[in-house]
Design a protein around this ligand. Structure first.
Ligand SMILES: Cc1cc2nc3c(=O)[nH]c(=O)nc-3n(C[C@H](O)[C@H](O)[C@H](O)COP(=O)(O)O)c2cc1C
Length: 319
């Protein structure tokens, strides 16, 4: 998630376990192929076999509307170490959409096919190329044709965020559309959107029948959600899995070690992500996202902190 799940957050969540892979934030390709520096700033893991420190593979996500540029950009990503590419056809941000990127492409199914095909043809055959779609621009039924076109273009799988661009992030997510698409496609379909709890997951699985799931905000709000879902899917549980309660504590003291660990990961990314202001800003964003679904009264105190020591002081004084 752009501006949220950066390299330190990927490192933290993947070492806790339950994820088969992560997707990078999008790199927006508009005028030219981006210089290597930009790839490496956003995805420093490219230098390490494009895996998080604990070994979870990362897909590099590209966003744009120009198939040739996207193909060249995907090639550059692979030259720098990428082993899988994801194409973003879901971002609803007006600036991105005005410049022919993200969800704007959902109005042009044939362009989705040709973009996927161009990137597929440019990237070594053994590297997956996938597509991330919303249900449509304003029509939820648009997903049928868009998904078909992505598959025709050679997508290895598609991920569907079960809302249109116009629906933004307003609940609910309309999972049943994912189920209908899954039944008609020969490639795997990954279900995404509004999975915050075990109950959400079970309902989503009922409605979609999918084998694969992507979690975004829920993974930040509940650092045990990936364990719970892995358990429900019958996957091997990570060794550090301590609880399958499915509802991570709301107590400040329980969050403190997670935040300390996140700060360690931030410090490890010396060039790009280090520095207390960066870390504090990210911690606030993270807890803000968690507080969308949880009562975290200590977030009010956290908001006023400026330094990491203040963050730690607040969290350790509270229960
Ligand atoms: C702040 C924010 C940034 C996001 N950035 C991206 C992005 O860079 N690429 C992407 O494919 N999806 C992005 N998304 C969408 C999420 O991947 C996901 O599809 C959406 O949040 C619904 O899933 P969730 O309910 O599990 O969060 C972003 C979402 C948010 C809230």
């Amino acid at each position: 998630m752009e501006g949220v799940t950066d390299a330190p957050m990927r490192a933290l969540l993947s070492e806790r376990g339950g994820f088969n892979y992560c997707v990078s934030e999008f790199l927006r390709i508009s005028q030219d192929v981006l210089p290597p520096k930009v790839y490496l700033e956003h995805i420093p893991e490219l230098r390490a076999d494009c895996r998080t420190p604990s070994g979870t593979p990362i897909q590099v996500q590209l966003l744009g509307g120009n198939e040739e540029l996207l193909a060249l950009s995907a090639v550059r990503a692979c030259e720098l170490g990428a082993r899988a590419i994801d194409l973003n056809f879901g971002c609803p941000a007006p600036t991105v959409n005005r410049h022919d990127g993200g969800a704007a492409l959902l109005r042009y199914p044939d362009r989705i096919r040709s973009i996927v095909a161009a990137v597929r043809a440019a990237v070594p055959a053994e590297f997956p190329v996938s597509a991330k779609l919303r249900l449509g621009w304003d029509d939820m039924n648009a997903i049928h044709l868009n998904a078909e076109r992505a598959a025709e273009g050679g997508a290895s799988w598609i991920t569907i965020h079960a809302r249109t661009k116009v629906q933004g992030y307003i609940p609910p997510a309309h999972w049943k559309y994912i189920g209908a698409v899954r039944k008609n496609l020969d490639i795997p379909v990954v279900a995404n959107g509004e999975i915050w709890t075990r109950e959400d997951f079970l309902k989503c699985r009922d409605e979609t029948g999918c084998e694969h799931y992507m979690i975004g905000r829920g993974a930040l709000a509940d650092p045990e959600l990936s364990w719970v879902i892995s358990h429900e899917l019958g996957l091997k549980l990570p060794s550090r899995c301590q609880s399958l309660e499915g509802s991570f504590s709301t107590r400040a003291r329980e969050w403190l070690p997670l935040i300390e660990r996140f700060a360690e990961h931030c410090a490890a990314h010396v060039e790009t992500h280090s520095g207390a202001p960066y870390t504090v800003r990210r911690v606030k964003q993270w807890v803000k996202m968690a507080s969308l679904k949880k009562e975290l009264p200590w977030f009010e105190l956290l908001k006023r902190t400026q330094t990491l020591s203040e963050v730690y002081a607040v969290l350790s004084q509270l229960d």
